[in-house]
Design a protein around this ligand. Structure first.
Ligand SMILES: *Cc1c(COP(=O)(O)O)cnc(C)c1O
Length: 369
């Protein structure tokens, strides 16, 4: 029996192989007599799971040794507070606002940083383009500059991280990569800190991954909760308090799956990137070539992960969604703040799933266009 294709923006589809392995190990992890959810986080069984997940992520994304990998909780939204609590040093911070998520992030930072400067904003284009880094106006002496490298709701993505030093800006770059982490390689030489919730591209909700350059931590504001102090979390190998053990286990299985992916000569993340480029090209090409559907985002800024699109005749929206469900194409309804449709095509979505969606787009347009 084939499972439906799930286009949810998050929590999102998980590779079937990962779910099957977790199911097989649910009651008894590798002869231990315990399921992973029932294990002490300090026992040797879970420690081996933790170490494999951390090493798997480091190797997959080629994370250099000067970066710490932290497994935390609270999701992307909690990091909107945890980052300024740890890195702002009560000084000013800069934001580039490119959509709903970076907008939320800068609002939250105002609670903790003495000043929030908007170094650039895509608002004048209703977030259908990304402001060119050459036009950004970072402030002098800011503690960091924050971007959201993939805006899940608006469907815009930085296909290259900005090089702040080349812009004459010394501040470390903070990146919210929640919704495209592990979809492509990361140039760590441009990054101070990157964070992401797991539920889009890595595993179940409840785990947040933070990758932070070690020299940036250790100066948290006095009000920072201890469980969210990066120094304490790092020094305790993410076990200052009980970590999200199930999420870490599932993430480890996903990293393992990712490392085994191939496309031609490419392996792991490079293979994933190629596949994601092909998936996005197929879907955007179909939307652009149709009379019924359209996408508002400027082509060079389009997200490879989240594809919002609209029907020119909005009266057909309900019929479109019902027909999609009948074909086993699930969760295509757009975010309530933008309406229309959204297809999230994260790593776990195979090219065949995008092909099934494209076939449906054609058939529905033929029937109703
Ligand atoms: C989903 C998402 C978040 C919020 O994550 P939570 O786990 O709900 O806190 C933050 N940033 C981006 C870019 C997201 O896609």
């Amino acid at each position: 029996m084939q499972r439906p294709y799930n286009f949810s923006a998050g929590p999102a589809a998980i590779p079937e192989e990962v779910l099957q392995r977790a199911a097989a190990e649910m009651l008894d992890w590798q002869g231990s007599g315990m399921g992973v959810m029932e294990m002490s986080h300090r026992g040797k069984e879970f420690l081996s799971i933790y170490e494999a997940a951390e090493a798997g992520f480091r190797s997959l994304l080629s994370i250099p040794p000067e970066f710490k990998i932290l497994f935390m909780q609270g999701g992307g939204l909690a990091e909107n507070a945890i980052v300024p609590l740890n890195l702002s040093r009560a000084a000013g911070v800069d934001f580039v606002v490119t959509g709903s998520w970076s907008q939320k992030s800068q609002k939250e930072a105002r609670k903790y940083a003495s000043e929030v400067n908007i170094a650039a904003s895509g608002e004048t284009s209703s977030f259908t383009t990304l402001p060119d880094p050459a036009s950004w106006t970072p402030s002098v002496g800011a503690s960091y500059l924050h971007i959201c490298s993939n805006e899940t709701i608006n469907g815009v993505e930085f296909h290259e991280l900005p090089d702040l030093r080349a812009l004459g800006c010394d501040a470390p770059l903070v990146v919210d990569f929640s919704s495209h982490v592990a979809s492509r390689p990361v140039d760590w030489s441009r990054v101070g800190l990157a964070f992401g919730g797991a539920q889009k591209n890595i595993g179940p909700a409840g785990l947040t991954i933070v990758v932070v350059r070690e020299d940036l931590i250790g100066q948290a504001l006095p009000a920072c909760p201890s469980a969210f102090d990066y120094r304490l979390v790092a020094d305790n190998h993410s076990m200052y308090n009980t970590p999200p053990t199930w999420g870490i286990y599932m993430a480890g299985l996903t990293f393992d799956w990712l490392a085994r992916q191939t496309e031609g000569e490419a392996h792991g993340i490079a293979a994933m990137e190629q596949r994601n480029i092909a998936k996005a090209a197929l879907l955007y090409g179909t939307i652009d070539g149709s009379q019924l559907y359209y996408n508002k985002v400027s082509p060079p800024c389009r997200s490879r992960m989240n594809v919002p699109f609209f029907l020119r005749n909005e009266a057909l929206n309900d019929a479109f969604l019902a027909g999609a469900r009948e074909r086993g194409l699930l969760q295509l309804k757009g975010h309530k703040s933008v309406g229309g449709m959204r297809a999230s095509i994260y790593n776990a979505m195979p090219l065949a799933g995008v092909q099934a969606l494209v076939d449906y787009l054609h058939d529905f347009e033929k029937a109703h266009g």
